[in-house]
Ligand binder design. Structure first.
Ligand SMILES: [Zn+2]
Ligand SMILES: [Zn+2]
Length: 390
């Protein structure tokens, strides 16, 4: 028996925390190979307890109709044939047929990635979330703030726009105050919010720059961010030299920070790239270049399978498709057609092989037949995946 659930338009499946009862969605077949172990909202720790009530109900009706119903039918027939003479025993078997699996709705969740485990989820974004794989608590207000604020004086706008276009092309997310402020936002509030969304600020101090308290707000906010975020926030002060050798005045407030005096525009760009706590993407072929073999952007599910998982799947597919996992006093055993898969009982070995089994289960390549974690059967998806392995 195989049960599959439809995902939402982006390939996510709803899950529900048994403790706080809040929902989140997981992306199947991508990211971490480990099973879900923590609730992103409350940090509840558990295994295989994340199905929503609708999914559990559906699983139950499927289980009843495929395993219990035929047994009852047989019993009913037996009773009918046994009821001769005056003794009449009868029963009516009326077991609901499973309907369609629960539909996935496109809720207004945010897509969030946990960098620690490379796991992507859809959640109600709150200020602190737990990684669903390793349980690490992540301050969401910091982890996503990767914009770069380019602070300048009005007259330098053209030059700064040049930097903005270049940094944009390199893969950064630069912004200049005026284009990041929606109409009606007060300048200060806009800058504060923008600074909080940033991982760094670059002050362009050109010869036209005189310390007249100008940019004081921006500098104050930047210093405040630096205090909060530590090395996750960079203050980059660039002092440009004019054609006549004149330089802009470094504002008092910035004097406690290191500033650079680049000789050329390219050197200035290098200083910015070097100082930022974020890095732009790896160099790779453009997706629109043809005739070049490129590495796939997202790894296919088969290449992400652990080697133990592959061995188990291949062995199971080659025999009767059954896998038996037993835990007894002398240790774990994973068997396929009476052949033991575990080479030894070292804790590390056991962890790898049991992990491989979980890996297959999580991808639904195998299903837990008795729901005890002991007997597994390769699913249709599993057979397809195995074909892709050889
Ligand atoms: Zn929870
Ligand atoms: Zn993690």
């Amino acid at each position: 028996m195989e049960v599959s659930f439809p995902t939402d338009a982006d390939g996510f499946l709803s899950q529900e925390c048994p403790s706080c009862e809040q929902r989140f969605k997981v992306l199947l077949g991508e990211g971490s190979e480990e099973p879900i172990a923590y609730c992103p909202y409350c940090g509840h720790h558990g295994h295989q307890c994340w199905y929503t009530t609708e999914q559990v109900d559906y699983l139950q009706t499927v289980a009843i109709s495929t395993t219990v119903a035929p047994e009852l039918k047989r019993l009913e027939r037996k009773l009918k044939s046994a009821s001769t003479g005056f003794l009449k025993i009868g029963m009516n078997v009326d077991i609901p047929k499973p309907g369609a699996p629960p539909m996935e709705s496109d809720d207004p969740f945010d897509i969030v990635r946990f960098p620690c485990c490379n796991e992507t989820v859809k959640v109600n974004r709150i200020s602190r979330l737990f990684c669903i794989i390793c349980g690490m608590e992540i301050n969401m207000t910091i982890s996503d703030s990767k914009k770069v604020f380019l602070s300048h004086k009005g007259v330098d706008k053209e030059t700064v726009n040049d930097y903005k276009r270049t940094l944009d092309l390199l893969g950064y997310a630069p912004w200049i105050d005026e284009d990041a402020l929606p109409a009606g936002t007060s300048l200060e509030r806009g800058i504060l919010k923008g600074m909080q969304d940033s991982c760094g600020v670059v002050f362009f101090i050109t010869p036209s720059f005189k310390d007249e308290g100008y940019l004081e707000t921006e500098i104050n906010y930047a210093i405040q961010e630096k205090r909060t975020k530590g090395n996750r926030f960079a203050i980059v002060a660039l002092q440009f030299v004019g054609a006549d050798g004149t330089v802009g005045q470094i504002p008092e407030l910035l004097k406690t920070y290191v500033w650079k005096k680049p000789e050329t525009q390219l050197e200035a760009l290098r200083e910015i790239v070097r100082a930022l706590p974020v890095v732009a993407g790896n160099v790779d072929w453009r997706s629109d270049i043809s005739g070049v073999v490129t590495a796939p952007k997202t790894k296919s599910t088969t290449t992400e399978l652990s080697s133990e998982a592959k061995v188990i799947l291949k062995a199971a597919v080659a025999s009767d498709g059954q896998i038996v996992h037993l835990r007894c006093a002398d240790g774990d055993s994973i068997q396929v057609a009476d052949k033991a898969m575990l080479p030894d009982q070292e804790a590390r070995t056991v962890a790898h092989w049991v992990g491989g089994l979980e890996d297959l289960q999580r991808r639904r390549y195998i299903k837990d037949v008795g729901h005890k974690g002991e007997v597994f059967e390769v699913t249709r998806k599993g057979y397809e995946a195995a074909d892709g392995l050889s």
